[in-house]
Design a protein around this ligand. Sequence first.
Ligand SMILES: NC(=O)c1ccc[n+]([C@@H]2O[C@H](COP(=O)([O-])OP(=O)(O)OC[C@H]3O[C@@H](n4cnc5c(N)ncnc54)[C@H](O)[C@@H]3O)[C@@H](O)[C@H]2O)c1
Length: 361
Amino acid sequence: MEKIKIGIIGCGGIANGKHMPAIRKLDDVEMTAFCDIIPERAQKAAEEYGTSDAKVYTDYKELLKDERINNVRILTPNKWHAVMSIEALYAGKHVMCEKPMAINYREAQEMLKAQKETGKLLTIGYQHKFDPDVVYAKQEALKNTFGDIYYAKANVIRRRGVPTWGVFTQKAEQGGGSLIDIGTHALDIVLYLMDNYKPKMVLGTTYDRLKNQKECANPFGPWNAENYDVEECASGYLVMENGATIILETSWALNTTDTASIRYMICGTDAGADNYNGKFKINGVCNNKQYITEPDLSTGGVAFYKGNETSPAIQEQRTFINAILGKEELVTKAETAAVVTQILEGIYISAKTGAAYYFNR
Ligand SMILES: NC(=O)c1ccc[n+]([C@@H]2O[C@H](COP(=O)([O-])OP(=O)(O)OC[C@H]3O[C@@H](n4cnc5c(N)ncnc54)[C@H](O)[C@@H]3O)[C@@H](O)[C@H]2O)c1
C-alpha cells in the first residue's frame, strides 16, 4: 500500500526533537517535503528523515502546492501558526500545528473557520495528553471516578529555563513568554481532564522582573535583555461558567526551589488526582478511610499500540494519521485548543488592565 506523504514546515528544535523522529517510527507514512527559511535546515532534515525523492523548499507556499502530500506539520514560531495552517487547510492538507494554536483567540477562530469550511483535520501539538499519567487520569475521568471536578491547579515552574534559541523571547514572533510557551501545556491538561471548556473570568498577572539581571545562570545560555519583551512568569486565577476554579502558574525564571515540569491537581466531588513529586496518585475516601492509590504506569496497561509505538510523541502522530484514515478520533480537537488560547489571552489582558477579564462580555 502506498505510504501517506507528509510535509514538514519549520525544521528547527521541535521538528528534530519531536515530530520527525516520531513520524519515522510509523510504517505507513513518509516525509517527502521539507521547508525552512534557513535552507540548510530543510536540506539536513530531508537527508536525515526524507525519502530519496524528498523536496526541499524555503517558501511554505511552494510546499503547499506539492500535490503528493496530504498532511503537514507546522513547526514554526507562533506568529506563523494561524497564517500557515489556514493556507494549508485551503490547499487541501490536513494540519498538525504546534502549540499554542495561535497568538490570540481571533486567529484561533479564523483557523477553526478554515477547518470547518475545508473539512480537513486540524490538531495542535499538545503531546502531553499522551503522557501515561494523563491517559490514566482521563480514563478515570471518563469513568466518572472523580465526580464533578470543581477545583484544579496547573503549573510549570522553572527556576531558570528561558529558551534562548530561536525567537522565544520576542513578543511579535511568539505572542508572549512562559505562559504561552509552557503554561499552555499544563492548562491544556487540566481542561482536558475536567472536560470543561467554558471559561467565565480570569484574573492574571505577568512579570519580567529578572530579565535585566546580568547573571542569568540559565541552562539554555544567557539571554539578551534587548531582545526580550515577554513575561518570564505568569499566573491566572480562572473561574469557569459552572463555578469551577483553576489556578495556573508558570515561569521560565523565578527565584524558587518549588520547580515542576508539568504539574496538575484535579479535585472532584468523589476523588482527586495529582502528579506532584513525579508520582501520579488518586485520592479519595472509601470505607470511611482516606485512600491514596498509585497506579504502576510503567506496565504495558496504558500503551495503546503494539511494538515500540508507545512514546507520547509517537502516539500523537499515530492518532493524527489514524484520524486521517478515519480509524480514530483526534485527541486534541481544534475547538478545545482554541479555548486554551482564549484563556491565555484573557490572562494577558487581565495582567495589562489590572482587572478581571470576563470572556463573554
Ligand atoms: N510541543 C512542545 O512541547 C513544544 C516544544 C518546543 C517548541 N514547540 C513549538 O514549536 C514551534 C517552534 O519551536 P522550535 O523550538 O522548534 O523553534 P526553532 O526556532 O528551533 O525552530 C523554528 C524553525 O522555523 C523556521 N522558520 C521560521 N519562520 C519560518 C517560515 N516563515 N517558513 C519556514 N520556516 C520558518 C526557523 O528557521 C526554524 O528553523 C513553536 O511554536 C513552539 O511553541 C512546542
